[in-house]
Design a protein. Structure first.
Length: 263
């Protein structure tokens, strides 16, 4: 496939519907992109193992995963940037002191330090996945490219999150859900993942169109040739976009792709 443009899609409240599936109109749009030599790619805080069904349904084989810490291109796992074990040991100790759960992710699977109401709401409710096993020392045996810190979006939870941010300047914290913050190495973003990918010779000079709605989309909307905010995007996300389309439940993606003559 000769790539004349790349279209990058966030998942939750962008490409996916409330059942965490790609809506039929978005599936059709993904296939239309490929027919027009536009490469559709996921750009997500999800990890590669979480994307297999979406790849199959959407005819996809490329993704910037784990908020930029894990990249697959044309079916090949290009790179992963794990978090250092010393940092993980320190943050797990602090989380235990605060009675806070954590989750560890790599491209293969996920584990948690403990199971509680917050982990159940996230995995069983929000992302609609089986609850991960409890393996507190997972990071001692496997690479970890992303973590979740289970602190709620409340004044008390935000205060605890601020303590962690102050204690770990070497990590980046993204609030992407009501019960969790995503953690990756500082400097890792969806935009850094895109920059790594665009160094490939066959992608030099190819225009990029990035779609998103949340805090972890800000950098890639700014870095892309065209940043497209969903109609449901947070105000600070819409503010940095070049264009705002409809919301994720009402054809925002195909409308914008048609507007820019990508389908």
């Amino acid at each position: 496939m000769m790539v004349k443009a790349i279209a990058l899609f966030d998942l939750d409240m962008t490409l996916l519907n409330d059942d965490k599936q790609i809506a039929p109109e978005n599936v059709a749009a993904l296939h239309a992109l490929r027919a027009n030599d536009v490469l559709p790619m996921l750009s997500t805080g999800r990890n590669l193992w979480e994307l297999h069904d979406l790849f199959r349904i959407g005819g996809l084989n490329s993704a910037i995963g784990a908020n930029g810490a894990d990249i697959m291109y044309d079916g090949v796992h290009l790179m992963q940037q794990p978090i250092g074990q010393p940092q993980i040991r320190r943050i797990v100790k602090m989380a235990d002191e605060h009675n806070v759960a954590m989750a560890f992710f790599n491209d293969q699977h996920v584990a948690v330090t403990r199971r509680n109401a917050a982990t159940e709401r996230n995995f069983l409710g929000f992302v609609k996945q089986p609850h991960p096993p409890v393996v507190p020392d997972f990071y001692e045996h496997e690479p970890v490219c992303m973590m979740l810190l289970f602190v709620p979006r409340t004044p008390a939870g935000d205060a605890i999150g601020a303590e962690f941010k102050a204690a770990f300047p070497e990590l980046a914290f993204y609030r992407n859900a009501e019960d969790t913050m995503d953690l990756v190495n500082n400097g890792i973003t969806k935009a850094s993942g895109l920059a790594y990918l665009m160094r490939r010779p066959e992608l030099q000079g190819v225009p990029t169109y990035a779609f998103g709605d949340g805090n972890n989309d800000i950098e890639i909307l700014q870095a892309a040739t065209v940043g497209i905010a969903m109609g449901n995007a947070l105000p600070q996300v819409a503010a940095v976009a070049d264009y705002q389309t409809g919301d994720y439940l009402h054809g925002g993606i195909p409308d914008a792709l048609a507007h820019f003559h990508l389908i």
